[in-house]
Design a protein around this ligand. Structure first.
Ligand SMILES: Cc1ncc(COP(=O)(O)O)c(C=O)c1O
Length: 202
């Protein structure tokens, strides 16, 4: 199998990249020329989004290219091979047997979080998160009329840690109906250990 290339950084200008060609100004998400006077010399680094600057694996590029060459882009629906790919991945990587009937499609993680809040949390109830965390988590809670409860992470011994004492206290509040785990954690770059995940679940 061909390997990934992590040594070259392709120039993404001209691809409509949200990360490199747009900027938040107030409530607006504006396309910008990053060489202009205001942001001169491409000095601004867009650290707000976890968006890959390396090329996707050759197998992915080849499969998409082959599909594009077919030339017809009509409506599609999840195929048997799609479900098999997902269930095999979960089995192989996580040793978790996932039934095909459990799998639902959403346009992304953020819409999925919004749908979960709408499903499990009534307006006025609470959702627990671990700040500092990816800002759409906060927006999803607020936009659906719920209240944010932060079991904030602690910076200790050079890395962020979960505060389990605070978690137990806050999760005991019966108004907390949902906890959103960010794993791996953005932006603190922690990959939680098995022990941490088990303790969080308990
Ligand atoms: C923690 C986290 N969740 C979700 C997303 C968005 O995921 P998606 O690829 O579904 O848009 C990001 C993107 O940066 C993220 O950092």
């Amino acid at each position: 199998m061909k390997t990934c290339n992590f040594d070259t950084l392709p120039n993404r200008r001209g691809t409509g990249s949200a990360k490199w060609e747009f900027i938040h100004e107030g409530d607006q998400f504006n396309q910008t020329d990053r060489t202009d006077k205001k942001y001169g010399d491409e000095r601004l680094l867009p650290l707000w989004v976890a968006d890959m600057d390396f090329r996707s694996p050759p197998a992915v590029v080849e499969a998409l290219t082959e599909r594009a060459r077919h030339g017809i882009f009509g409506y599609t629906a999840p195929t048997n091979s799609y479900f098999t790919a997902v269930t095999n991945w979960m089995q192989r990587r996580y040793n978790w047997r996932v039934e095909r009937e459990w799998i639902l499609q959403t346009p992304g993680v953020v819409p999925a979080i919004n749908l979960l809040i709408q499903t499990f949390v009534q307006p006025g109830e609470k959702v627990l998160i671990q700040r500092p965390v990816y800002y759409p988590f906060m927006n999803a809670i607020k936009n659906n009329g719920a209240e944010i409860v932060s079991n904030s992470l602690r910076y200790e011994n050079g890395r962020y840690q979960m505060d389990f004492g605070d978690l137990a206290e806050k999760a005991a509040d019966t108004a907390v109906k949902l906890a959103i785990l960010c794993s791996p954690h953005n932006p603190v770059s922690r990959v939680w250990t098995r022990e941490e995940l088990v303790r969080f679940g308990e």
